[in-house]
Design a protein around this ligand. Structure first.
Ligand code: ATP
Ligand code: MG
Length: 207
């Protein structure tokens, strides 16, 4: 991801408290879990349910959720192509900071464009896990958690993902979760099983 560096004369200061040392203190590694999928596919539900399970096991976590971030950090951004790119760029940078801070970071953004997700992946590196919340549009629309599909169909919301703006599904996500065929607990178990494989989660011993 390239951005114009406007601040000159800056020198990176290396911390003595490294990511590795934080992992030793926390008794677990950090990772970025990047949830993607249509509105209503279950990104927020799964991210928070997973966080709850991890919290109970004393893991350090944080959820970056779509609308919340647009209220604050990205409150100056709209939905133009340029702003969408910047939205994801800032989120990726924040996710990377959390990674360094030793936290399991869960992001819950539609992030509909492959190019944006790939930029996030290349910025974060090997600890980027793309989790595709796979759910047919008609199921999402039936759920209509926020009433946005109804409004989009009525023409009240322009460029709504799945209706009037594309969703580019991941080609090679680390995890694909079928949220219309399983309940929330089963989906969380699927992610936890993956985290065991990655050496981030140890089910037997509480961290
Ligand atoms: N297996 C499942 N996983 C996740 N959510 C599920 C599942 N089964 C049913 N649901 C329901 O689907 C809805 C998902 O809504 P949620 O707000 O999590 O979607 P979202 O992907 O975060 O959408 P948005 O992009 O608009 O924020 C919730 O009402 C949830 O209870
Ligand atoms: Mg959400």
């Amino acid at each position: 991801m390239t951005t114009t560096q406007k601040s000159s004369n800056t020198v990176w200061h290396h911390a003595t408290v490294t990511r590795q040392r934080r992992a030793e203190l926390n008794h677990h590694h950090s990772i970025v879990l990047w949830f993607t999928g249509l509105s209503g596919a279950g990104k927020s539900t799964l991210a928070h349910a997973l966080e709850e399970r991890l919290y109970q096991m004393k893991y350090h976590t944080f959820v970056l959720d779509g609308d919340n971030v647009r209220h604050g950090l990205n409150g100056d951004l709209g939905f133009s192509d340029k702003d969408r790119v910047e939205n994801i760029r800032r989120i990726s940078e924040v996710a990377k900071l959390f990674l360094e801070a030793g936290v399991i970071i869960l992001t819950a953004f539609i992030s509909p464009f492959r190019a944006d997700r790939n930029r996030a992946r290349s910025l974060v590196g090997k600890d980027f896990v793309e989790i595709y919340c796979e759910c047919p549009l008609d199921v999402c629309e039936q759920r209509d958690v926020k009433g946005l599909y109804r409004r989009a169909r009525a023409g009240e919301i322009k460029e709504f993902t799945g209706i009037s703006s594309p969703y580019e599904s991941p080609e090679n996500p680390e995890l694909s979760i079928n949220t219309s065929g399983k309940n929330v607990d089963e989906c969380v178990d699927q992610i936890l099983a993956y985290l065991v494989q990655r050496g981030v989660y140890k089910p037997a011993a509480s961290a």
